[in-house]
Ligand binder design. Structure first.
Ligand code: GLN
Length: 276
């Protein structure tokens, strides 16, 4: 057990990160201090691979995470966030292969595979009962999507013969079950399959996070349309094991440092064209 109170630890982490940033700023004489500071932060948490921030996600959720078409490497908003978080903590980033969204929280809870799940994951009470969630880093809402030309509405889609695709284990799936109780809800592994299925007519509609549907409709699925924007007021957080509270504190301190030094604005501008 750490002898520092959480508040003291946060203060210590923040100042340690400050020192690391100072060192990155180019003053060579700070090198020793930065090493000590990074060590001080590292000493307060465990990592599955030494010196690395090992990350998991479901890599079918652009622009937050997807796989580069040529290299297969993870790319996206959350990937850039993970790189910057790692940098601020003096760590390397280590991405594991994509896994099912509904397996991310259980994997983090079980421990030993990854340090964090960063996956456009909404902070919910159910998830907080299983894992720690970091401070929020993105606001999000839901959306109801159909094919261009479809005349369906929220009302007409609420019928047994209407098939609504969702990603299994998501807040979109929960919203659909609650608000389209008469429709046939089809849980899928990922939202790209759902989008393709709506295009080909396998499903009448889908429910997913609004930033993802907006981005996809603008960039690739131009034959889909958003028929409802649903103000669920969700916030994304990073999932960390409850056995590793020092890492949650360090991630929160790094998120704050990234807010203060403009790193988050830069990542938001890369993926959304403007700071959010
Ligand atoms: N934000 C939604 C959730 O947390 C969807 C996340 C996702 O599909 N990657 O359930």
């Amino acid at each position: 057990m750490s002898t520092l109170s959480r508040r003291d630890f946060l203060a210590a982490s923040a100042s340690a990160i400050g020192l690391v940033l100072t060192a990155c700023g180019g003053s060579k004489t700070d090198g020793g201090a930065a090493d000590t500071a990074a060590d001080a932060v590292a000493a307060e948490y465990t990592l599955v691979n030494e010196g690395k921030l090992t990350c998991i996600s479901n890599l079918y959720f652009p622009p937050f995470e997807s796989m580069d078409e040529k290299t297969g490497e993870p790319v996206g908003f959350d990937i850039d966030m993970s790189k910057s978080l790692a940098e601020h903590l003096g760590l390397e980033v280590n991405w594991l292969p994509s896994q099912a969204f509904d397996s991310l929280v259980p994997t983090i809870k079980a421990g030993g595979t990854a340090d964090i799940a960063i996956a456009g994951m909404t902070i919910t009470d159910a998830r907080k009962a299983e894992v720690d969630m970091s401070d929020p880093y993105v606001d999000s809402n839901q959306s109801l999507v159909t094919k261009v030309g479809s005349e369906d509405t929220l009302e007409t889609l609420n019928a047994a013969e209407k098939k609504i695709a969702v990603q299994a284990g998501t807040t979109g799936a929960d919203w659909a079950a609650e608000n389209l109780p008469n429709a046939t809800i089809v849980p899928l592994d990922d939202i790209i399959s759902a989008m393709n299925g709506v295009l080909t007519g396998s499903y009448d509609g889908l429910v997913t996070d609004l930033p993802v549907s907006s981005y996809q409709i603008k960039n690739s699925f131009t034959d889909l349309q958003i028929i409802e924007e649903i103000p669920t007021g969700e916030q994304y957080g990073i999932a960390i094991s409850k056995d590793n509270p020092g890492l949650t504190a360090a991630i929160n301190a790094a998120l704050q440092a990234m807010e203060d030094d403009g790193s988050r604005d830069a990542i938001e501008t890369t993926w959304f064209g403007a700071a959010l």
